[in-house]
Structures are given as structure tokens and as C-alpha cells.
Design a protein around this ligand. Structure first.
Ligand SMILES: Nc1ncnc2c1ncn2[C@@H]1O[C@H](COP(=O)(O)OP(=O)(O)O)[C@@H](O)[C@H]1O
Ligand SMILES: [Mg+2]
Length: 301
């Protein structure tokens, strides 16, 4: 389909090289649109959960992030979009402390966590899913989700494999929690199935379940719908919206599908070549010329 450079016509720009898909009637509509968002201003600073301040990250000569800053308030879904190589995964890696930024700061709940380890960040309630499938092959669906609770487990419970007395009670409580997550994400039928034997869309859902098992306050989702068919995407959007609305989890969503982004996001941050080129409400970002140019530029490469 022809790409149109006129900002007013952005809704017809579909499926460019970067995987950018503008909102259209073909996009999965989970009925989860945040209807009140257009009336909303951004929340006050005391409701901020995550503050990314002026973060830069270099790999040798490659400047993956250049002075990127944005905020996530409690209860929000903030989407990060941008062409391939824009720095989306890098920012997720910095927030989850897999990478230390070259400069800049990460504040969580008002406190500087820039130097925290990945374990400390997980204990603070930040968890994530990865762009590629990252399940424990050979473990059942239930056990994969149970592993997600490691942070809440007493010393040695996972390692021992023998559950006696107090440990048995603790394990039963964790199993109960796992059952609740399985029900919430409609995975109950697969609980005893080996996770890597499931269809791709279901494996991505198990990853989401495992992340939720940590009881996070902030969930980072790195392209959770990549490679999914339309029905799988639609289901995933619903589960993400459920995690946000029913469990009160704030979400940073890295996603290419603008239909999804428009439907679920409170706020959108756009990266290109490691820089934030724009941020705003979804409908404003979608009509922003710099955003359109960024995606069209990608198409010609
Ligand atoms: N571990 C790494 N080593 C070297 N370069 C990297 C590494 N991770 C990312 N990059 C580079 O940083 C830039 C941003 O990558 P990335 O954050 O993965 O982008 P995106 O997720 O938006 O596609 C790219 O140029 C990529 O090649
Ligand atoms: Mg990426």
C-alpha cells in the first residue's frame, strides 16, 4: 500500500518496513480503549512510578540511547514505539538493570535506582518479558509460572525440591497463586503441558503469566505480540489490559502495531536512532510529522 506523507492521511499508512501499522478497522479491537484518556492530563509527580531521566547508552561506537527521558505514572500504560534499531529494547534493558546507562538516571518510586542490580530491580517490583521466547524448555506451564515467583519464596524452597512442613505450606500457597494466574490468563487447560510444546501465541501468554507471578508494580513488555496472528494479538491485548485494569500493574509496552498502541496506551513515547523524537497522547503522536517521517525513512533503507 502507498505510504502517504500527509499527516492527515497517516491512518492509511500501513505495514511499512519497520512493521509500523497505523490504526485501522483491521486492527484487533479488544474493546479495551481507555476512553477517558483524551480528557486526562498527565498525573501529578507524586503519582510517578518510573522516571527515566536523560539516559544515554553506548556500545563501543554505537550510541544506542541519547538523552532519553520519559515518565510512567501509577496505573498507566505507556507505549514505546519506533523503527527497528531505535533503542526500544535498550531502554527496557536499562530500566530492568541488565545494562547500566553511560549517563542519566532511573528513578523508581521517587528513589534513584540507576545502580541497582537486576535482582534488586525485580525485588522492587519491576519485571519484564523478552522480545524472543524465553521459557524454560521441559518445564510444564505451571512450573514455568511458579519459577516466576522465586522472589517471593523462602530460601531453598525452589532448590530443595522436597517440600516438608512449613515449606510444604509455602509451596501450596505459591501453587494457589499460580492457579489464579492460570485462570486469569485462560491457561488452566495447559497447566501440566510442557511449555515448549505449545503454539507460539500460547507460549507468549505463558511468558506474560510468569511475569505476572512476580506480582510486579511495573511490567515491561518487549514486543509481546510480534509474530502473532490477529486472534492471538487480540487475546494478548485483552490480557495486557486485564493486568493493568484488574491487577493495577503499570505497563511499559514496546509495540509496533499502532492499532494496539492506540487502543491501550495512555501515553506514547517515540524513539528514533536512540533519541526521543516525540511523546504524547496516542492520537497526537499518530499525526506527528516527525513520527511519520521516521517510519517512512525506514522504508527506504
Ligand atoms: N548488546 C549490544 N551490543 C552492541 N550493540 C547493541 C546491543 N544492543 C543493542 N545494540 C545496538 O543499539 C541500537 C538499538 O538497538 P535496540 O535497542 O535493540 O533497538 P530496537 O529494540 O528499537 O529495535 C542498535 O543499533 C543495535 O544494533
Ligand atoms: Mg527490540
Amino acid at each position: 500500500m502507498d505510504a502517504v506523507r500527509n499527516g492527515n492521511d497517516v491512518a492509511v499508512v500501513r505495514d511499512l518496513g519497520a512493521g509500523f501499522v497505523a490504526a485501522s478497522s483491521e486492527s484487533p479491537d479488544a474493546g479495551t480503549a481507555k476512553e477517558s484518556r483524551s480528557a486526562c492530563k498527565r498525573p501529578s509527580r507524586d503519582r510517578l512510578l518510573l522516571e527515566v531521566r536523560d539516559v544515554s547508552l553506548s556500545f563501543g561506537g554505537i550510541r544506542a540511547l541519547r538523552g532519553v527521558g520519559f515518565e510512567v505514572a501509577r496505573g498507566e500504560i505507556v507505549s514505546i514505539i519506533g523503527p527497528n534499531g531505535a533503542g526500544k529494547t535498550s531502554i527496557a534493558n536499562v530500566i530492568s538493570a541488565l545494562y547500566q546507562p553511560s549517563s542519566g538516571r532511573i528513578l523508581f518510586d521517587g528513589k534513584d535506582r540507576t545502580s541497582a542490580t537486576p535482582q534488586e530491580v525485580a525485588r522492587l517490583g519491576i519485571t519484564r518479558t523478552f522480545q524472543n521466547l524465553a521459557l524454560f524448555r521441559g518445564l510444564t506451564v505451571a512450573d514455568n509460572i511458579l519459577v516466576g515467583r522465586h522472589i517471593h519464596m523462602g530460601a531453598g524452597l525452589l532448590a530443595s525440591g522436597v517440600f516438608l512442613g512449613k515449606a510444604r505450606n509455602e509451596e501450596a500457597r505459591h501453587r494457589q497463586f499460580v492457579n489464579e494466574i492460570l485462570d486469569l490468563l485462560d491457561l488452566g487447560d495447559y497447566r501440566n503441558q510442557q511449555a515448549d510444546t505449545l503454539a507460539y501465541g500460547l507460549q507468549k501468554r505463558v511468558e506474560l503469566a510468569r511475569a505476572l507471578a512476580l506480582e510486579p508494580s511495573l511490567l515491561l513488555l518487549d514486543e509481546p505480540m510480534a509474530g502473532m496472528n490477529r486472534d492471538e494479538k487480540k487475546a494478548m491485548v485483552e490480557y495486557i489490559a486485564t493486568a493493568n485494569a484488574d491487577l493495577g500493574i503499570s505497563i511499559v509496552l514496546i509495540e509496533h502495531d499502532m492499532g494496539v498502541v492506540m487502543d491501550v496506551s495512555d501515553w506514547v513515547v517515540v524513539l528514533n536512532h536512540g533519541e526521543k523524537i516525540c511523546e504524547g497522547r496516542p492520537e497526537d503522536v499518530q499525526n506527528n510529522h516527525a513520527v511519520i517521517e521516521a517510519y517512512l525513512g525506514q522504508e527506504t533503507k
